[in-house]
Design a protein around this ligand. Structure first.
Ligand SMILES: [Zn+2]
Length: 84
């Protein structure tokens, strides 16, 4: 459950889906779920939220070690916002 902005220097409280930007990131490695003789590789999806102010300047990227890193938004990478 998302509670606050993923930027630790911000901490703005998550309230509405239409504010900011939600990132849906899967872990690099799955965990295996065993049920009887069946094994299923399962990817646990994680959701992160950046508030409007942080999402304009930053983005989140999955790193090769599986961690999530807050990074500056690349030049020319504009945030796509849905029209109301
Ligand atoms: Zn923020």
């Amino acid at each position: 459950m998302i509670c606050q902005c993923a930027n630790p220097r911000c901490g703005r409280e998550f309230r509405y889906l239409h504010e900011g930007h939600i990132f849906v990131l899967e872990p690099e490695l799955p965990f295996t779920w065993h049920e009887g003789q069946t094994s299923i590789d399962h990817y646990e999806v994680r959701r992160y939220w950046l508030c409007d102010d942080c999402a304009r300047r930053m983005t989140l990227r999955r790193q090769s070690d599986g961690s999530v890193r807050l990074m500056p938004r690349p030049v020319g990478d504009t945030l796509r916002v849905k029209a109301a």
